[in-house]
Design a protein around this ligand. Sequence first.
Ligand code: NHW
Length: 406
Amino acid sequence: ASGKNVKDMGAYKFWQTQPVPKFGEEGAKVEDGPLKMQKVEDIDKEPQPLVAGFEWVTVDLMDDGEIKEVYELLNGHYVEDDEAMFRFNYIPEVLRWAMMAPGWQRKYHIGVRASQSRKLVAFISAIPVQIRVRDKTFTSSEVNFLCVHKKLRGKRLAPVLIKEVTRISNLDGVWQGLYTAGVVLPRPVSTSRYYHRALNWKKLHACGFSPLPAGSKPEYQVRKYALPETTATKGLREMQDKDVDAVVGLLKRYLGRYNMAPEFAAEEARHWFLPKKDSKQVIWSYVVEDNGKITDFFSFFCVESSIIKNNDVLRVAYLFYYASEAGLSEPFDKPALKTRLNALINDALILAKRAKLDVFNALSLMDNALFLEQQKFGAGDGQLHYYLFNYRASPISGGVNAKNQL
Ligand code: NHW
């Protein structure tokens, strides 16, 4: 999470020109809403020109050769940890899942090529999402995979890419953006911390991810993180296509407890949660069925990280969405939700281990504070900041941002 940790807007030459809230205004009592209003007819019809020798392209992610080029750019140049030990390794299956969600359009898979060599040297993408902030729901472009080749860093290409994805969105009548980053920019709407739970402690230790705590021994650590072979929750099974509507309904009610959340249409839930059986598994989703009723749901996905020093990969599970009737009782029953989430997440850990994943990550958001410690997650160094573009919203607690007091 490098970058300027200063809260001086003048330090942000690009961001100070953009419709984003400024530091220092956090406490001001203002209504949530757009910062800048524009009309489609006032938006440039053409992209900003690039410096000589480079040209804009759109990338065809259906094409195996082109997706491989995006894969290779990100594999060599995308996000690393502070010590440059690990770098995300987004395999094509994950890239397609992330960038070809319902509503995707090729024009949002924006690349920059070197004119002569045709090499892909920069990339940015977006997909449309429905996002609810408090009681308002709006369409926004969720921007991801911004990447500039290491040799072209520091040349102000990132702002040009960001302006291009903004222009394409605006021409579609989309005026808001949503994105996350490890770096501090003006100005997060919410901030979360990463937590990690070892599944394969030996491998995590060998690659330098998990240190041996002072006074401990490797065998103690292995024992600490041991998990049963089989899950414990009665009625737990893989989510199937027939569960989509029930999951959407349950999620809508459960996510209603938070100040900021996506709204999933059935077709989106199908895309995000049901594994594709014909390619490498990216997403795992489970439901609990009790007398024909879906009472609980959880999901996790896998993104590999390259271990830079030895050409191996870590298979990292990320907790995705979950929901439980236990959080929806009136009045709210916090101990009941805590017990239920611990049971569900313990089962998620068992299933992730069975899928040969090495570590399970979760953020300090949703109701995760109710299980992180008990399930032996440890706080990481990384933070994840959530941002909205052209939308002012008073800050949303990143810890546990449920409306119920937890
Ligand atoms: S966050 C991951 C971003 N990617 C990486 O970290 C990969 C490794 N790094 C790189 O490739 C998930 C480069 O370092 C990048 C910057 C490309 C990051 N977000 O070209 P210059 C996402 O993909 C600002 C936003 O010289 P560079 C979300 C920086 O503060 N801005 O830098 C992406 C400075 O501006 P300032 C970032 O190192 C969301 C300017 O870039 C940023 O060669 C995008 C410097 O540019 C970041 N992660 O390239 C926003 N990192 O004001 C979408 C740096 O300080 C907004 N910067 O002078 C919404 C648009 C849609 C709106 C719809 C209406």
